[in-house]
Ligand binder design. Structure first.
Ligand code: JJW
Length: 449
């Protein structure tokens, strides 16, 4: 017996995002997003998949909420499709879009499930991209306008707001590595965008505070753990640069009011500079109520001269991997959360994404995804270790409730605890759904059962 137990007041939830599950891409006045454009650009998304239909949750959310209710979660993280509210990103409001989210949120509340709303989960209105997207500071102000409208429109219904999901993915994965929308490969552009995203976060927080509305607001960075291959300083430094790209670069401005000097110096060596205007850091640095942490994987990393962006390389030392070919590295989850506490103090943390890609199918009405159960056990154990070590964990929301559109991987990569047949849209509860349901009910689990 190895019982892993959780505090009685921890929140248990699940997470999704608009473009990945809603479908109804042109329904009821929704405008185009950069992911509508990107997914229909040949070669960008595996199998040419797109979000036109996805899980059709736009029409099936009542069924999804029934599944959430049976699961026993008390909080559900979803995102709002910005182009459903402002079809061109700013200006005229689409009342049908607002009404859809009122109907959805009302149904959550009627079923005793608290909505946690992500305002930006990557589906930038294409009309804003056409004017430079996140490189253009006008997009920052458009986001503040959109956020302000949402705060006031949903006052009293939504009390947990997330401004930006995974700013590292939005900036560097999408504009330097280039595998996500809009798909550029320019380090200066990506770094400028990372600053504008944090500024957008800050201006939205300002709007929220000025509104005087009740509720909590935060953002949801993602991070990967880097474990030094050896105790050689060059390997340790190589890991710190790799993690600095996810942690210090996106945490220091918010929690310390400045970018980390070691990262600024490194970027300067790469010919990259940041144009920070007067007042920017004050917006970014203002207090927030929680931080959402998205964790999936970690790697062993060592120094490699003149290699990639940070003179480092991942070393595959044979860790078991998910069907996304990511290391299963639960130790990194515990170490990352401990690092956040050591460096930034007792900020309230919600785990806003954690889960695994396993592509098990339906056999005789059942999905035997034991590997996902094992992944969840290992990572929830790391979470328990972090809680026992004093990390201020407020909740855990698994990614994801449903199999969905996994960006550049399309529907090929399944993260759900509920299987979705993308031909029939039939939902099938996986073994992991039942395991998670029991764990939520008990508030504990047995590692070996
Ligand atoms: C070829 C080089 O590749 C470099 C790294 O490439 C990636 C790709 C993907 C990710 C990635 C995907 N996810 C899951 C999502 N989080 C938000 C939610 O929408 C989930 O769908 N998190 N991180 C990271 C890095």
């Amino acid at each position: 017996m190895a019982i892993i137990e959780f505090p009685k007041d921890i929140r248990w939830g699940a997470a999704t995002a608009a473009y990945q599950i809603e479908g109804a891409a042109t329904k009821d006045g929704r405008g185009l997003s950069i992911w509508d454009t990107f997914s229909k650009t040949p070669g960008k998304v595996l199998n040419g998949d797109n979000g036109d239909i996805a899980c059709d949750s736009y029409h099936r959310y009542e069924e999804d909420i029934e599944l959430m209710k049976e699961l026993g979660i008390d909080i559900y993280r979803f995102s709002v499709s910005w182009p459903r509210i402002f079809p061109t990103g700013t200006g005229e409001v689409n009342q049908s879009g607002l009404q859809y989210y009122h109907d959805f949120v009302d149904a959550l509340l009627a079923n005793g499930i608290e909505p946690m709303c992500t305002l930006y989960h990557w589906d930038l209105p294409q009309a804003l991209q056409d004017k430079g997207g996140w490189e253009n500071r006008e997009t920052v102000d458009a986001f503040a306008e959109y956020s302000d409208l949402m705060f006031k429109e949903f006052d009293g219904k939504i009390k947990k707001w997330i401004t930006i999901n995974e700013p590292w993915c939005v900036s560097f994965l999408s504009n330097f590595i280039g595998i996500h929308a809009p798909g550029y490969q320019n380090l200066q552009l990506a770094t400028t965008i990372s600053h504008h995203l944090l500024l957008a976060h800050g201006k939205a927080v300002t709007k929220f505070r000025e509104s005087g509305l009740t509720g909590e607001i935060g953002y949801a960075p993602n991070l990967e753990w880097n474990e030094p291959y050896s105790n050689k300083q060059e390997d340790i430094d190589a890991c710190n640069r790799g993690m600095g790209w996810f942690i210090e670069w996106f945490f220091d401005p918010v929690f310390k009011g400045s970018y980390p000097q070691f990262m600024l110096d490194w970027f300067e060596k790469k010919g990259v500079t940041l144009s920070i205007q007067d007042g920017d850091m004050a917006f970014i640095h203002q207090p927030i109520d929680f931080v959402g942490i998205n964790y999936y994987t970690g790697s062993v990393v060592r120094y490699k001269e003149n290699h990639e962006l940070f003179d480092n390389e991942k070393v595959d030392i044979g860790y078991e991997k998910t069907d996304f070919d990511w290391n299963i590295y639960p130790e990194g989850f515990y170490k990352a959360l401990s690092k956040l506490k050591d460096q930034y103090g007792q900020i309230p943390i919600y785990i806003t994404e954690n889960g695994a890609c396993y592509n098990d199918g339906v056999e005789n009405g059942r999905v035997k995804d034991q590997r996902r159960i094992d992944y969840l056990k290992q990572h929830l154990t790391s979470l328990s270790r972090a809680i026992d070590s004093g990390v201020n964990i407020k909740g855990y929301l698994t990614w994801s409730l449903l199999d969905n559109f996994e960006w550049a991987e399309g529907y090929d990569k399944r993260f759900g605890i509920i299987h979705v047949d993308f031909n029939t849209l039939e939902r099938t509860k996986k073994d992991s759904y039942y395991w998670y349901k029991q764990t939520i009910k008990n508030g504990w689990f047995d590692m070996f059962y």
